[in-house]
Design a protein around this ligand. Sequence first.
Ligand code: ZN
Length: 172
Amino acid sequence: MTVKPILTEPNKILRQISKPVEHVSKEEQILMDDMLETMYAANGIGLAAIQIGVPKRIIVMDLSRNEETKEPRYFVNPVIQNKNSEKATYEEGCLSVPNQFAEIDRPSTCVVEYLDYYGKKQILNAKGLLATCIQHEMDHLEGILFIDYLSKLKKTIILKKLSKKKSNQIVI
Ligand code: ZN
């Protein structure tokens, strides 16, 4: 398993629409392993393949926040079948939008159909943090970031902060 660099906004790749996976093969499994390792290394709870520059409809998540008993989840080609009209609000952050947080409203529950690590079809009834997290990650597959839900002013402020940080970075 390899820890990959995580792309951060602004970056055009993050705005790409990811493509469906035709078949879950060893290549996808290696990608999922790397994504999980990358996510753990960055202390994240979810990661979409596009965040490491791979435009495939693949997401990994682990909400356990427990070093001892990890609960990795893998979603290939996830599709939301049903969303609750009721909303839930969480303060969201994103590994691709470092150190920025904002309250975002999303449907409080959702039903997701997807393929698992072995390419087997699964259905998940998600609620609470799980529902929010999967919707956040699925947005990545469409090139959407949580900051897109904010007012223009708030988004501009965040983007300015991120750009400033980038211009100070050096790569050796
Ligand atoms: Zn994210």
